[in-house]
Design a protein around this ligand. Structure first.
Ligand code: GLU
Length: 452
């Protein structure tokens, strides 16, 4: 039997090879490190996982598509963006994961997101593989007509790679209901098929699921509540800092407020707002979802309780809970030290990989409950899978039913991560628990299906 340290050195060797074979993809390296650094106990304990080639296959996407996306702006000028779809792993079901439209998107970013998605989707217990896509297109400041032409051009290539049984994209940063509508319309036109299960996050009148927009934020708060319960506490009366002001942040604030916590911040790339009375969601939704504006407008219109801090980071505001809901690597070591100094009890990731590895380490050392995104923010993709189920059955469920299923899924993910961490001598370590539990499910399916 191989020891954990022998196994760890094999995994370290593989990590060096991953860096070598995938140059200039630091986010993908980071995501691979984060997973492979926690797998030694399970690989050492279960010899079938040490089978040559298993983990090597897991870190190599099944397929990667990159394509040109030409479109015309409102002045008639031709613009050229780059489109991506990384179909990472389909052992558990069709590739599933969002599309991100943001100028920071490149192949390495999409690979990190796709890799995380494999484990996240496995943890939901549902039949979905892992994938991710997007473009370096920036929808900010673009007219609806420009966004529509971009989406149509993007889908004119993407349509040949996706399908309800093949690959099912959804939203992510920069891709919400408006973009999914334009993408679906073009898919339908090109294929001449009403194939509702090809995309999730659709509008409610045409195949979308109730509670899908809320699901990632709601799910993250339910996960944070479950972590707090383990410590004998609930969310009532706790102060929470939330970063971001998109879909995830908005519905995180909504659920926190519903459960009696006081969510006092939100942010965007220009800075953050702190509102000691708690964020007024109607105002925030009006500014972000209707006007597509910036958070400084919130402070301007809210009155005395709120102020805008240009360029600042929400982590400097004292809080019991921190829910990073913006983007990768937005909470670093210094931020973690500040949160700890201010007595934070739990950090739960609504965004994908928002906490740097050094910050995660610091928080865990300080005894802060830390919920990694692949467990804590799995509610979004879980409800996407429920949307697919409703589409296949040509039916739609009530909001209450979807919410109940979401709550059950989040509780079960929490329990799985918690129990798995204990089983592998890492009590309270949700990172290890999530990685190992997600890995076991995917690895078992891959082993059963042979070398493909
Ligand atoms: N983009 C979301 C995520 O990071 C949701 C993906 C989906 O619904 O397919 O999990």
């Amino acid at each position: 039997m191989t020891t954990r340290s022998e196994t760890q050195s094999t995994l370290d060797h593989l990590l060096t090879e991953i860096e070598h074979r995938n140059p200039a993809q630091p986010e993908f390296h980071q995501a691979a490190h984060e997973v492979l650094e926690t797998l030694a106990p399970v690989v050492a304990a279960r010899p079938e996982y040490a089978e040559p080639g298993l983990i090597e296959r897991l870190v190599e996407p099944e397929r990667q598509v990159m394509f040109r996306v030409p479109w015309q702006d409102d002045q008639g000028r031709v613009r050229v963006n780059r489109g991506f779809r990384v179909e990472f792993n389909s052992a558990l079901g069709p590739y599933k994961g969002g599309l991100r439209f943001h100028p920071s998107v490149n192949l390495g970013v999409i690979k990190f997101l796709g890799f995380e998605q494999i484990f996240k989707n496995a943890l939901t217990g549902l039949g979905i593989g892992g994938g991710k896509g997007g473009s370096d297109f920036d929808p900010h400041g673009r007219s609806d007509a420009e966004v529509m032409r971009f989406c149509q051009s993007f889908m004119t290539e993407l349509y040949r790679h996706i399908g309800e049984h093949t690959d099912v994209p959804a939203g992510d940063i920069g891709v919400g209901g408006r973009e999914i509508g334009y993408l679906f319309g073009q898919y339908r036109r090109i294929t001449n098929r009403w194939e509702s299960g090809v995309l999730t996050g659709k509008g409610q009148g045409w195949g979308g699921s109730l509670i899908r927009p809320e699901a990632t934020g709601y799910g993250n708060v339910l996960f944070a509540a479950a972590m707090m319960r383990e410590r004998g506490e609930d969310l009532e009366g706790q102060t929470a800092v939330v970063s971001g002001s998109g879909n995830v942040a908005i519905y995180t604030i909504e659920k926190l407020t519903a459960l009696g916590a006081n969510a006092v911040t939100c942010s965007d790339s220009s800075g953050y707002v702190v509102d000691e009375k708690g964020i007024d969601l109607d105002l925030l939704k009006q500014i972000k979802e209707v006007e597509r504006g910036r958070v400084d407008a919130y402070a301007e219109r809210r009155g005395a309780s709120a102020r805008f801090v240009p360029g600042g980071r929400v982590w400097e505001v004292p809080a019991d809970l921190a829910l990073p809901s913006a983007t990768q690597n937005e909470l670093d070591e210094n931020d973690a030290a500040t949160l700890i100094r201010n007595g934070v009890k739990a950090v739960s990731e609504g965004a994908n990989m928002p906490t740097t590895p050094e910050a995660v380490h610091l928080l865990q050392q300080a005894g802060v409950a830390f919920g990694p995104g692949k467990a804590a923010n799995a509610g979004g993709v879980a409800v996407s899978a429920l949307e697919m189920a409703q589409n296949h059955a040509r039916t739609s469920w009530t909001a209450a039913r979807v919410e109940e299923e979401l709550a059950d899924i989040m509780t079960s993910i929490h329990t799985t991560c918690h129990e798995t961490a204990e089983r592998y001598d890492a009590p309270g370590d949700y990172v290890t628990g999530a990685n190992i539990a997600g890995f076991e499910r995917v690895a078992d399916a891959m082993l059963a299906q042979g070398v493909i």
